[in-house]
Design a protein around this ligand. Structure first.
Ligand SMILES: Cc1cc2nc3c(=O)[nH]c(=O)nc-3n(C[C@H](O)[C@H](O)[C@H](O)COP(=O)(O)OP(=O)(O)OC[C@H]3O[C@@H](n4cnc5c(N)ncnc54)[C@H](O)[C@@H]3O)c2cc1C
Length: 448
């Protein structure tokens, strides 16, 4: 059954807003714009039809849609990979000479936000669920594996995902260890020739689709380690995956995973500390989530803008009321400021990869992740308010992806946790001896 009321017409974005077009941003260089324009073309020609099919399925109730969705989502990831847009590891880009992280950020922004197409004179919608699947497989799986895997593991576990577009997932979160990741309980038991995994994971993006999963857990000696799992097309013995039904991100296949003494060869174990493996790519992950949130905020602002233009109440278009208009312009302003920071951070990180291990850079990227995801969240709330009753029904909330940004104030680290650790750092009272040594010579600079 289709849930749409025929009396309600689809919301059509029909106006171009230059301030909401990244291709129009004066800070982007010409090669970056060319890369982005080519991605938008790909979005329109290759993905638009698939994304529309997913949207259509989400209007249906009482019909089995999950299997159909699985096929479409896998197909989208394969297309992204074939064009070099899935993982930026092992997929070099030579034509535009843009760094890996900048490329990743531009794809994330564009895939979430979509764009007004001059050619077909309509808005080509983005989809944050699909980008989240791309992030989980292309970055959260590929980057840690690329960091520590040996040659055998690179060939067997990295290349199929990073190069050939198989689906990857990263499994950290557990029922009792969410924000408190150090508390994880899943056991990775090392035996003579094998490792046995026992435990559960939850909220794992792509879990139900994944060919390969990097699973973090506790080793025999109590420290955190990481092991690579080939799900054998989800048929692996003693492994089960189930969908977690979410109200937003409905195309992302967020899942619960059960490992009930799954036996794997010992060579699947990644050498090194699991926490280091998990967190070494944190700065990049935070920047990519920021790019996603900015793309999504742009999409919500476009929809608010459109509705404010088209809806008349009390004999006036909605935009005539300041209470409707001001929040839109305020958020467009904030969005463009944050885009400037994103562009600078991504370019600089590409130029100086050593910044990836800078604590201050990680802190700045965390700040950007918090501000951008909160902006996307607020833009969705404002859009919801502006839409009136329509915001409440699937007919519109599905089209706009209204509830997607609710998820990402938790994805990639909950904002409260991040803010708490950020503010604690500012008020540290007992610097270590080493840090005092660093501070004193710098103070000398100010005393002549
Ligand atoms: C859409 C989506 C996709 C996800 N994908 C993945 C994935 O692919 N892989 C994966 O491993 N995980 C994934 N996650 C899980 C995500 O990382 C966790 O939801 C997140 O770490 C929070 O854990 P929790 O849900 O258990 O919340 P809790 O840890 O229970 O937190 C509850 C609330 O308390 C706050 N809180 C907790 N501790 C503190 C503190 N010290 N200071 C202040 N506030 C605090 C939190 O900010 C939050 O608001 C995903 C989550 C979502 C929503």
């Amino acid at each position: 059954m289709d849930t749409r009321l025929t009396e309600f017409r689809p919301l059509q974005i029909s106006r171009y807003v230059p301030e909401l077009d990244l291709l129009n941003n004066p800070l982007l260089k010409s090669n970056e714009k060319e890369f982005l324009a080519e991605f938008y073309e790909f979005l329109e020609n290759e993905l638009d039809e698939d994304l529309r099919k997913l949207e259509e399925l989400n209007y249906k109730i009482e019909e089995p849609i999950e299997e159909k969705k699985k096929v479409i989502v896998k197909q989208i990831m394969k297309k992204l990979s074939d064009y070099g847009y899935y993982s930026t590891i092992m997929q070099e880009e030579t034509e535009y000479e843009i760094g890996r992280i900048m490329r990743n950020a531009l794809i994330a922004y564009a895939l979430c936000g979509g764009r007004w197409s001059e050619y077909s004179e309509r808005y080509i919608a983005g989809n944050w669920s699909i980008e989240m699947g791309r992030l989980a497989g292309g970055t959260l799986y590929c980057n840690p594996v690329n960091y520590k895997a040996n040659d055998y593991q690179r060939e067997k576990f990295l290349a199929p995902v990073a190069r050939d577009g198989k689906i990857g997932a990263s499994a950290m979160t557990e029922f009792n260890a969410g924000s408190d990741i150090f508390n994880m309980e899943l056991r990775i038991m090392e035996e003579e020739e094998d490792v046995i995994i026992k435990g559960k994971k939850v909220f794992i993006t792509n879990g139900l689709l994944a060919d390969n999963i990097i699973v973090y857990g506790r080793l025999n000696n109590g420290s955190i380690g990481a092991v690579l799992v080939d799900t054998e097309n989800q048929q692996l013995k003693n492994f089960r995956s189930a969908r977690t039904y979410t109200y937003g991100m409905r195309d992302a296949f967020v899942s619960r995973l059960i490992f009930d003494r799954v036996k794997l060869p010992k060579e699947n174990l990644i050498e090194g500390n699991g926490i280091d493996i998990m967190f070494h790519q944190l700065t990049e992950e935070r920047l990519i989530i920021s790019a996603e949130a900015l793309g999504d905020a742009m999409k919500k602002l476009l929809y608010s803008h459109t509705w404010a233009f088209n809806r008349t109440q009390f004999d006036k278009r909605l935009y005539k009321h300041q209470v409707i208009r001001f929040p839109i312009s305020e958020r467009i302003r904030a969005m463009n400021l944050l885009i400037s920071a994103l562009i600078e951070y991504a370019r600089e990180l590409d130029k100086r990869p050593e910044l990836g291990s800078s604590k201050l850079m990680a802190a700045n990227a965390m700040g950007l992740k918090i501000e951008t995801t909160e902006l996307a969240f607020e833009s969705a709330i404002h859009c919801f308010r502006t839409m009136g009753g329509r915001g409440f029904i699937r007919q519109y909330s599905n089209q706009i992806g209204l509830l997607d940004p609710y998820c990402m104030i938790h994805g990639g680290g909950s904002n409260y946790v991040l803010e708490d650790s950020e503010s604690r750092r500012f008020f540290k009272t007992k610097p270590s001896k080493r840090k005092m040594k660093d501070v004193i010579p710098r103070m000398d600079l100010f005393t002549d």
